[in-house]
Design a protein around this ligand. Structure first.
Ligand SMILES: C[S@@+](CC[C@H](N)C(=O)[O-])C[C@H]1O[C@@H](n2cnc3c(N)ncnc32)[C@H](O)[C@@H]1O
Length: 381
């Protein structure tokens, strides 16, 4: 059985709206696919430069700012080139995406939709920009967790604009983190086309605002410099050996502090909570962000349990002095047609647990209303 609901954002750039190259469309949840035998385990994955020769990225504009985000076609191209047909849950997800990017937007318990950018993540991005001067939402120095990050636009904005923030990005699927989240972090930092110093390896198309970041060229430059006789002619890049690729990637990452400023965690929320508790990392995040993750009431308990585990305890003195307040921002559609989740049912669930106050801090209005809820510890305001 599959459901369709007004949930998604197209990554194919075909139907452009005020939300950049992201447009509301319908989404399909596929429950026919053999479900994973067990919920995805918790894995902490180090930042790595992908083993591809180039990345194709699109520009996302918000206010006066721009982020780069990997094209889903580029992800599909990479998957098509890889032999990934093992009978494990990861390859099932890869198979679904490689086959047809719109065939199944979510495969319950296997792939939870992280390869695309969903509409409410742009709302969250805009909300962060609008409130960036508020001391209680100060980003610099903040420990931030984005739950169900997918393409991770809010996290990318924080990594770019708050140099001393630490950002942890979580997704159900390790593949999502490796195929889009990490490439997006790199495209906006170490490999940023806006970096300028290596301008000629970027093929910018003014109409579509698409860039191809030539990673091979950067690897060659970082190892041999611009004048090396390994570079023949203006743009030709020799093939590096696997050892040279590894060495170049290390040097590229070592050139900045980005690897120490971000963390990537894959897995199901219940397993992540268990692992964080095992590591003694309860209450270690000042700001928790999540967008388009409350579409299924079955997940409310584990999402709420994770929030209770990770959100920093309030410091009453700091708050009295108008400093940062630990908070969760939940961006979502008011209603997910054909599905159990909604802003109303999630707010009621939060109230029934009696741990957080919940307040609507932003609404889009219109027939397909979208909202942002702010959760804070009860009696902490
Ligand atoms: C529809 S995507 C939204 C992605 C992104 N936040 C956005 O708005 O573009 C839903 C995300 O929720 C996460 N998710 C859903 N259920 C989950 C679960 N039980 N455990 C861990 N993550 C889950 C997945 O990682 C997935 O990326």
């Amino acid at each position: 059985m599959s459901f369709k609901f007004n949930f998604g954002v197209s990554d194919d750039g075909e139907s452009t709206t005020a939300h950049n190259n992201c447009a509301a469309d319908t989404m399909c949840i596929d429950e026919d696919v053999q479900p994973a035998l067990s919920a995805a385990p918790c894995e902490i994955i180090p930042l790595a430069i992908p083993r591809v020769s180039s990345l194709v990225v699109d520009a996302i504009y918000y206010g006066q700012q721009r982020l780069w985000k990997r094209q889903i076609d580029d992800v599909q191209f990479q998957l098509a080139q890889q032999d990934s047909m093992d009978e494990n849950e990861s390859s099932l997800m890869r198979h679904a995406i490689a086959k047809d990017k719109n065939a199944s937007d979510v495969i319950k318990g296997v792939y939870e939709g992280g390869l695309k950018t969903w509409e409410c993540s742009i709302d969250l991005l805009s909300f962060l920009v609008e409130h960036q001067d508020e001391p209680r939402m100060a980003l610099n120095g903040a420990r931030v967790l984005e739950i169900g990050c997918g393409t991770g636009l809010p996290s990318l904005h924080i990594l770019k604009t708050a140099p001393s923030a630490h950002v942890c990005m979580q997704d159900y699927n390790r593949d999502v983190l490796e195929l889009v989240t990490m490439p997006n972090v790199l495209a906006n930092t170490v490999l940023s086309p806006a970096g300028g110093s290596m301008g000629d390896e970027i093929h910018a198309d003014d109409d579509t605002e698409t860039c191809e970041i030539d990673i091979d060229f950067r690897r060659t430059q970082v190892l041999f410099g611009a004048d090396t006789d390994k570079i023949i002619g203006e743009r030709e890049v020799p093939e590096l050996t696997p050892e040279e690729v590894r060495e170049a990637d290390l040097r590229l990452l070592d050139g900045t502090n980005i690897a120490s400023r971000c963390e990537f965690v894959a897995g199901d929320w219940a397993n992540i909570e268990e692992e964080l508790r095992r590591q003694g990392r309860e209450h270690s995040f000042d700001l928790v962000l999540t967008s388009e993750t409350i579409y299924d009431t079955d997940s409310y308990k584990r999402l709420h349990d994770l929030l209770v585990c990770v959100l920093a305890q309030p410091d009453m003195n700091a708050q009295a002095e108008g400093q940062r307040v630990p908070m969760v921002l939940v961006a979502a559609k008011s209603i997910y047609f054909g599905l159990s989740g909604s802003i109303l049912s999630f707010s009621q669930y939060v109230r029934s647990r009696g741990v957080f106050d919940s307040e609507c801090v932003w609404q889009s209005g219109g027939s397909m209303n979208r909202e942002i809820l702010r959760l804070t510890w009860i009696n902490s305001n």
